[in-house]
Design a protein around this ligand. Structure first.
Ligand code: BGC
Length: 262
């Protein structure tokens, strides 16, 4: 198994892409910390299903925008599994509104969770990776969960798009900064993946039809599509890859409107 002997922390792993990534990393042999904010029961379910498959996991709560909570998360991971090798900064929220109605509170909360939260998780990861003995080809791997909206502008979602654009350049700048420490930092930019965050866009058949018009590959993504990429980025197979965003979107970023625009 590709990730045998490694420990991974996945933030926001009680549902959606985070839960899928946590399960995928565990299937590849990693011990996994399933971090959650408010979904304790769902996080416990993720842990149970990993354990039922023969894997090792624990859940741990906290707010990613709280420095002290992040330190506690990493302490708990280390206490239980001895070390930390892979960190997936995944927690993310949407609070959508056209600009006239977008409150400062909703602007700040999205930036706090999606961007500041990733900064805090990345900072702690770098500190911890440097304080432990290297195992494998690198000192550690960080994966920042971004979105196609690090590239595609999104009217009515400016707080979210701004946070993901920020994640992209934070990830690249950090990759440049810590490469000499042999820490790899990459991003994943999922397109429309069927999860609770975008349920409105895929559950209703009419909405789904509109969504599919934006996806050349002709299907909505699944958390497993993202998990497979996370496993690869977390493994030594991708050892020469750093500072890159892997776009996992069925072609959403390929300007599908131009397909028949002869
Ligand atoms: C958003 C989803 C959206 C997808 C494609 C994601 O980052 O969270 O709500 O469906 O991008 O637009």
């Amino acid at each position: 198994m590709k990730l045998e002997g490694l420990t991974a922390i996945v933030t926001g792993a009680s549902s959606g892409i985070g839960a899928g990534v946590a399960s995928g990393l565990a299937r590849a042999g990693a011990s996994v910390v399933v971090h959650y904010h408010s979904g304790r029961e769902r996080a416990e379910e993720v842990v149970k299903s990993i354990e039922a498959d023969g894997g090792a996991a624990m859940s741990f709560p906290g707010d990613v925008s709280d420095e002290a909570a992040i330190a506690k998360l990493f302490d708990a991971a280390r206490e239980r599994f001895g070390r930390i090798d892979v960190v997936v900064a995944n927690s993310g929220i949407q609070k959508d509104a056209p600009i006239r109605e977008l409150t400062l509170e909703d602007w700040k909360r999205v930036i706090d969770v999606n961007l500041t939260g990733q900064f805090l998780v990345c900072r702690e990861a770098v500190r911890r990776f440097c304080a432990q003995e290297q195992r494998g080809r690198s000192r550690g791997k960080i994966i920042c969960m971004s979105s196609v909206h690090e590239i595609i502008p999104w009217a009515g979602h400016i707080n979210y798009a701004a946070s993901k654009g920020g994640v992209m350049l934070m990830m690249k700048s950090l990759a440049q900064e810590v490469a000499k420490e042999r820490i790899r930092v990459n991003g994943i930019a999922p397109g429309a993946i069927a999860t609770p965050i975008n349920e409105d866009a895929w559950r209703d058949p009419e909405a789904r039809k509109k969504l599919l018009a934006l996806i050349p590959y002709g299907r909505v993504g699944e958390p497993e599509d993202v998990a497979a990429c996370a496993v690869w980025l977390a493994s030594d197979e991708s050892d020469y890859v750093t500072g890159t965003t892997l776009v996992v979107d069925g072609g959403m970023t390929l300007y599908p409107g131009f397909e028949d625009n002869g």
